[in-house]
Write a protein that binds this ligand. Structure first.
Ligand code: SAM
Length: 291
């Protein structure tokens, strides 16, 4: 056995076990150990998970944990953990908790003061990011984009200036509309559509957002996709050394005392606040200092 083996699981613990996102061989030795040793496996789709387990010779008890039964299933899982049992949570694909019902379960388990242990492995997010060729050191994962065009535009405007790769999950049905919205809001940036990761027809389509939007217009690609967009290249604006700023800096460096009215005028021009309000504020401040 290797050091750190999980054959002896910690009682009363929820294990988040990553499973393949396509290629059945993408499962770690530790994941298989935990899936064998846990008292029960909470799975999003028990039929789907049973196929994966059979392929690896794992025969264990399964419990359905999906969006529509999550309240009853959560109570069941919490009850088992409180009795000191161990539960392995798996999603349909990849790392449970990353945009699937696992996230809610983790929060409830932690609220009860119980333990959560990750068993890392595949995730579409990281597989797509590392092979995209875009910046991996700075990235922002945004999950599934909002469906309402207005909400999507708002989200994109909030992140449009960030110098970080933007990563989205998307359904093939909505891909064309999402690419069109990205191109319209973010402009001609490099982007990648990563399709069918780890599967037979894995594909990375690279181009500008406009080219990709055009490529997929009116089309629904087969299989699952991740969309990645290069971060903003815009440099921070250089500090504008205005005359007012220089006057203030000069006075501070010389230890010179500026009159309330003069200071209010300078600050008003620098900040856009009303001169009268600044005057009153500075007068109060001055009185406090003189007390
Ligand atoms: N928990 C999963 C993970 O770790 O990646 C993600 C679950 S989320 C409900 C499903 C989304 O992940 C899909 O809509 C797609 O955007 C992405 N995805 C999952 N498998 C993929 C694959 N093989 N190729 C491309 N995208 C994939």
């Amino acid at each position: 056995m290797v050091e750190g083996s999980d054959r002896q699981l910690q009682p009363g613990t929820l294990y988040l076990v990553a499973t393949p996102i396509g290629n059945l061989a993408d499962i770690t030795l530790r994941a298989l150990e935990v899936l064998r040793a846990a008292d029960v496996i909470a799975a999003e789709d028990t039929r789907h998970t049973r196929k994966l387990l059979s392929a690896h010779g794992v025969h264990n008890r399964l419990l359905s944990y999906r969006e529509h039964n999550h309240e009853a299933a959560t109570r069941q899982v919490l009850g088992m953990l409180e009795e000191g049992k161990t539960v392995a949570c798996v999603s349909d694909a990849g790392t449970p908790g990353l945009n699937d019902p696992g996230q809610r379960l983790v929060q409830r388990v932690l609220q009860q003061g119980l333990e959560v242990v990750p068993v890392p492995g595949p995730s579409a997010l990281l597989a797509a990011l590392v092979a995209s060729g875009l910046d991996c050191a700075n990235f922002l994962f945004l999950g599934f984009p909002p469906r309402r065009p207005e909400a999507l535009r708002e989200q994109l405007e909030q992140v449009s200036q960030l110098p970080a790769t933007l990563v989205f999950y998307e359904s093939p049905r909505r891909l064309a509309d999402t690419l069109a919205a990205l191109a319209a809001t973010l402009g001609p940036r490099p982007a990648v559509v990563a399709r069918e990761l780890t599967k037979l027809h894995e594909q990375f389509l690279r181009g500008s957002l406009e080219q990709l939007a055009e490529r997929f217009a009116g089309q629904e690609p087969r299989g699952e996709v991740v969309v990645l967009v290069a971060g903003s290249k815009r440099q921070r604006p250089r500090l504008e050394l205005s005359g007012e700023l220089k006057q203030l800096a000069d006075a501070a460096l010389r230890g010179q005392r500026l009159g309330t009215s003069q200071l209010a005028g300078l600050l008003s021009r620098l900040t856009g606040n009303k001169r009268r309000e600044l005057y009153d504020w500075l007068s109060r401040l001055r009185r406090e200092h003189e007390q």
